[in-house]
Design a protein around this ligand. Structure first.
Ligand code: NCD
Length: 332
């Protein structure tokens, strides 16, 4: 990550932009989660002064339901205005050949913060230096709402918040992260956030061809996080605190040819969750999923008391409200 992402502004807002899950400190997470708790205690009401007079650009180059809706709802509940495009790949000047950095430079001239989802792994990393207003050369905080296969920092925030909500801690946890770990950006982002706390162990479960990326394994080694890699779900779930399921990211490997799809379907019986596997889990473990789901997470599990994926999705709103309000403090 480029060093000047993490320049401190005011005390309440330690980061100028939200680009990479690695940028959050445990202290920042504590404060953010306390703010999200307070927002929930107040039933998300009473915050419509926070973004008053501000315009937030919400630009999605990739499909989204949860992330875009919760950002839009967060801005509305904080009293800000939204300028949005949900299909920027078709409706922005990228169809005319404009570069992403030029587009960001123009968008940021029209708003006070910019939330962006993009298919390129490094889109926000490349674009945030261009997120400035031309009138006063003022920085316009950019928030990464999911970039390619690499980063989904606000998902990692709400995932960690959900784990803390039910387990009361983010340390000394055994977490299984399951699915298409090679292409899924939420898997690596969760691993990065868990690496900030002591005593966590991560069990990565995926078909052989969809293993977690080497860069993430290197990061975990550097931070002394225990982890293992497995190709079958059933034997690993007995003693875990969190089961984090994810879907196959077919749209991301279309360009790699059809081979991977065949490999995924050949392996899916070893990876998909079943009632029998759930029955072998501890009564207090959590079943999570960033959603959307495919066949890896059957609906029959929805009524199990351990299934928390809808609560997890709901947590996107207070977390994004807290995040936007911290960023707003930094630019007031
Ligand atoms: C995830 C994403 O976009 O990476 N969805 C989400 O934001 N909740 C997971 C996915 O698409 O599989």
């Amino acid at each position: 990550m480029n060093a000047h992402v993490a320049i401190k502004t005011k005390d309440v807002s330690p980061y100028e932009h939200v680009i990479d899950t690695r940028q959050f400190s445990p202290e920042y997470l504590d404060r953010l989660f306390a703010k999200a708790d307070e927002i929930l205690d107040n039933n998300k009401r009473g915050y419509d002064h926070v973004l008053r007079g501000m315009v937030i650009g919400i630009v999605f180059y990739e499909a989204s339901t949860r992330t875009r809706f919760s950002f839009e709802s967060a801005v509305a509940r904080l009293g800000g205005h939204r300028v949005t495009t949900e299909n920027a790949e078709q409706f922005s000047s990228s169809v005319k050949g404009e570069s992403l950095t030029d587009t960001v430079r123009i968008l940021s001239g029209n708003c006070d913060m910019l939330v962006m989802r993009h298919k390129d792994d490094d889109a926000c990393e490349r674009a945030y230096p261009f997120s400035v207003s031309g009138h006063n050369r003022c920085r316009v905080p950019m928030i990464n709402a999911g970039n390619g296969k690499e980063q989904h920092p606000t998902q990692a925030l709400l995932d960690a918040y959900t784990i803390k909500m039910y387990h009361g801690r983010l340390h000394n946890l055994r977490v299984a992260i399951v699915g298409d770990l090679l292409h899924g950006r939420t898997c690596g982002s969760l691993a990065y956030i868990l690496s900030k706390f002591p005593g966590n162990e991560i069990l990565f479960v995926s078909p052989e061809e969809f293993r977690i990326k080497q860069g993430i394994k290197d990061h975990l080694k550097e931070h002394d996080v225990d982890f293992g890699e497995y190709t079958c779900l059933a034997p690993v779930v007995k003693n875990i605190d969190v089961l984090y399921m994810t879907r196959v990211q077919k749209e991301r490997f279309a360009s790699e040819g059809g081979v991977k799809e065949k490999e995924w379907y050949a392996a899916q019986d070893r990876i998909n969750l079943t009632q029998k596997i759930v029955d072998s889990m501890k009564p207090k473990s959590l079943i999570m999923h960033p959603l959307p789901r495919n066949s890896e997470l059957p609906k029959c599990i929805d009524n199990d008391s351990r299934a928390k994926y809808f609560e997890q999705a709901d947590n996107g709103l207070p977390i994004r409200m807290a995040l936007l309000s911290f960023l707003a403090e930094g630019i007031r």
